[in-house]
Ligand binder design. Structure first.
Ligand code: PLP
Length: 242
C-alpha cells in the first residue's frame, strides 16, 4: 500500500470517529481529496485507494490534471471540484472541465459559469463560498448578502446550487473551531428554511475536520492529511493572487 492509500485509510478513520461522536451516519460525510500542487500520479494513487472526488485550487493546474487523468485512467469516474478563487477570465475553463465549483461568491461569476456550461454536460454543481468569520480581505459572500445571492444563483439554468463552503481562520481549540462552523451551519439551515433544498455543507480541512463534522459538515476537504505537506505555494491559498 502506498503512503497515500495509507493516509486515506487514516483520514477515513478520523471521519468515522468524528461521526460516531456526533451521532451522525458516516455516509453523511463525503471526503474530498485536495490534490493541489500534487501531480497526476498522486491522484492515481488515491484512486487506487478508493478515492473518487478531488479538489483543485488553481484552474490551470486543475485542468491539466483533469486531462492527464483522462489519459492515464480513462475508465475512472472522477468527480472534480474547483475550490479556489475564481476570476472572470477563468470561468470558461471551469465550466468546461469541472463537475463542481465551491468558490462562487458573486452573481456575475455564477452567470458566466451558467452561460459557459457545455449543453452536453450535467449542470455544474455549485456551492457558495461564505465568509463566516468576516476576515476583511477574504473571499466569500458576507452572511448578509448570502440569501440574495443564493436565490439568484438557484435560478440559473445550467447550474445546480448544492450548498455552502467556508474556510474559517485557523483556531486552536476544538470549541473555537466548532463555534465558527456552527455559524455556517445556521446560515445553511436558514437557506433551507427558505426552501432552497441545499444538501452540501463543505467545511473542515486537515486540521479541523473533526470540529466541522461535529457542527454538521457534509463534505470535508482534505489535502495534507491525504497527500502529505505541500512545498509551494504557501497556504491557505483560497485568496485571489492579484
Ligand atoms: C488547500 C485547501 C484545502 C485543504 O487544506 P489542508 O489543510 O491541506 O487539508 C481545503 N480547502 C481549500 C479551499 C483549500 O484551499
Amino acid at each position: 500500500m502506498t503512503t497515500i492509500e495509507d493516509n486515506l485509510q487514516q483520514v477515513r478513520g478520523r471521519i468515522a470517529t468524528a461521526c460516531a461522536r456526533a451521532d451522525r451516519e458516516v455516509a453523511a460525510v463525503t471526503l474530498l481529496a485536495v490534490s493541489k500542487t500534487f501531480g497526476p500520479d498522486a491522484v492515481a494513487q488515491a484512486l487506487a485507494g478508493g478515492q473518487r472526488a478531488f479538489g483543485e485550487n488553481y484552474v490551470q493546474e486543475g485542468v491539466e490534471k483533469i486531462l492527464a487523468l483522462r489519459e492515464i485512467r480513462p475508465d475512472a469516474a472522477i468527480e472534480w471540484h474547483c475550490i479556489g478563487p475564481l476570476q472572470s477570465n477563468k470561468t470558461r475553463l471551469v465550466a468546461t472541465h469541472f463537475d463542481w465549483v465551491q468558490s462562487v461568491d458573486r452573481l456575475k461569476i455564477a452567470q458566466r459559469l451558467s452561460e459557459q456550461r457545455p449543453v452536453d454536460r450535467a449542470p455544474l454543481q455549485v456551492c457558495l463560498q461564505v465568509n463566516v468569520d468576516g476576515g476583511a480581505n477574504k473571499s466569500g459572500v458576507t452572511p448578509a448578502e448570502l440569501p440574495g445571492l443564493a436565490i439568484a444563483v438557484a435560478q440559473l439554468p445550467h447550474l445546480r446550487l448544492r450548498g455552502l463552503m467556508c474556510i474559517p481562520e485557523p483556531a486552536d481549540s476544538f470549541e473555537a473551531q466548532r463555534a465558527v462552523f456552527l455559524q455556517a451551519r445556521a446560515l445553511f439551515d436558514e437557506l433551507n428554511a427558505r426552501g432552497l433544498g441545499l444538501d452540501t455543507l463543505s467545511m473542515g480541512m486537515s486540521d479541523d475536520l473533526d470540529a466541522a463534522i461535529a457542527a454538521g459538515s457534509t463534505m470535508v476537504r482534505v489535502g495534507r492529511a491525504v497527500f502529505g505537506s505541500r512545498t509551494a505555494p504557501p497556504e491557505p491559498s483560497n485568496r485571489p493572487s492579484v
